[in-house]
Design a protein around this ligand. Structure first.
Ligand SMILES: NC(=O)c1ccc[n+]([C@@H]2O[C@H](COP(=O)([O-])OP(=O)(O)OC[C@H]3O[C@@H](n4cnc5c(N)ncnc54)[C@H](O)[C@@H]3O)[C@@H](O)[C@H]2O)c1
Ligand SMILES: [Fe+2]
Length: 373
């Protein structure tokens, strides 16, 4: 008997071309809200869109990196306080913008009602959000093809992952030219986030053969092209390659969620201020080293990426990350050993930790062996 599995992703993806022209066509005569950053280059895009389509009914541009509860309440009040229904929401920006747009869209019953569900761990019911068109300007989060949104509560030291089928954008418009303005550091951290999504979707209980294919393409492309792009940030074909890789990583983890590296990352970001892409990638070689013997499509995927010998593969991945300036020890981020051990212990208790196919015992053994802790 063969094992059974399913793969699903409902997002209409439009890659390449001129994003503004594609957006104008998607918007047509619709009444729409625009979510973006309050930055000059994004104001320029807003101007182009207003010219090519028509003006948005509302622009929400007070989006901060890592959308925080302190801001979202006022944004939801403003958005849902408008007279008349919104036909569409257009989000132009990175994961923070796209996730803010998802939360806004889901806020029909108010921020407090949404947060009650979020704190209880399940967002359920019919949210009936306006359809979302996501235009990613980073090659990282994959939020344009996932039904997750991440929100942060810095005051409480908490991070929440919202999951609901209504959070899938209707359309993703991916134009690599919009990513040319990213700094080297933003390119590095977002690219490493995408690498982590790809690998975390492979060592994941929810993996399936299709998610694994997307993940192999994504990880192989990132390991090959991200170092080159860091040296040539104006290279459009390399930007396109990274955009396709981040999108593919999104298509992979849209079906699996992330796993242990992400759960380890959240306290490292919240307590030590480490950028998400670094916090979720510095543990990857150790996690690879710790994996139990696998069989089937997961094993094939890892063999294709790193060869058949896991330790040698982990060394290769470690060298690639070090080459991109990633420190591979908790100490590099100011986290001492007892704290690192506590973070790893806790990470196994959370939902994403439970997605991981490896064991705590093996991860601690690998972490002691290779100097992660
Ligand atoms: N929903 C998901 O599935 C998912 C997955 C991973 C991460 N996330 C979340 O996404 C957020 C991070 O998103 P991100 O990494 O895309 O960055 P971001 O949206 O937080 O943006 C970071 C900074 O980059 C700048 N920027 C973005 N695009 C630019 C461009 N093309 N040129 C110049 N500057 C640009 C912005 O102005 C901003 O200041 C985090 O909150 C993270 O938790 C969500
Ligand atoms: Fe991530």
């Amino acid at each position: 008997m063969t094992h059974s599995w399913s793969y699903h992703n409902p997002v209409d993806v439009r890659f390449g071309g001129d994003a503004i022209a594609t957006l104008a066509e998607c918007i047509g005569t619709a009444r729409y809200a625009l979510v973006t950053y309050d930055e000059p280059s994004f104001a320029g895009l807003t101007g182009q869109l207003t010219k090519a389509a028509h003006a948005p009914a509302i622009t929400v541009n007070d989006v901060l990196p890592n959308p925080d509860c302190s801001n979202l309440k006022a944004q939801i009040d403003r958005f849902w306080g408008l007279q008349g229904a919104m036909d569409l929401i257009v989000a132009i920006g990175g994961g923070s913008v796209i996730d803010t747009a998802k939360v806004l869209a889901a806020g029909r019953y108010g921020f407090d009602a949404l947060m009650t569900q979020v704190r209880a761990g399940v967002v359920s019911g019919d949210l009936s959000p306006p359809p979302l068109i996501a235009v990613p300007t980073t090659a990282g989060t994959g939020s344009e093809v996932t039904c997750w949104a991440t929100i942060w509560d810095e005051a409480e030291g908490a991070k929440y992952s919202l999951a609901h089928v209504d959070f899938y954008p209707r359309t993703a418009v991916v134009d690599p030219a919009l990513m040319l303005g990213k700094s080297r550091e933003l390119t590095r951290t977002t690219g490493l986030d995408a690498l982590s999504h790809a690998l975390e979707s492979i060592w994941n209980k929810n993996a399936n053969p299709v998610s694994a294919r997307h993940a192999v393409f994504a990880a192989r492309t990132i390991l090959r092209d991200l170092p080159k792009l860091l040296s040539s940030p104006d290279d459009l074909p390399l930007r396109a390659s990274m955009a396709e890789a981040a999108l593919s990583a999104g298509l992979a983890f849209s079906n699996t969620k992330t796993a242990i590296a992400h759960n380890i990352s959240y306290p490292v970001t919240l307590r030590y201020g480490v950028a998400h892409g670094i916090a979720c990638s510095f543990t990857l070689p150790t996690i690879l080293r710790s994996l139990p013997p696998l069989c089937g499509f997961r094993d094939t995927a890892l063999d294709e990426l790193f060869g058949q010998e896991r330790n040698a593969g982990a060394d290769q991945l470690a060298a690639a990350l070090r080459g991109m300036g990633v420190g591979l020890s908790f100490k590099d981020y100011g986290v001492d050993r007892p704290e690192a051990e506590a973070i790893i212990e806790d990470a196994f208790l959370g939902q994403r930790g439970k997605n991981f196919i490896g064991t705590k015992y093996a991860l601690f053994a690998a972490a002691q062996g290779d100097g992660l802790i």
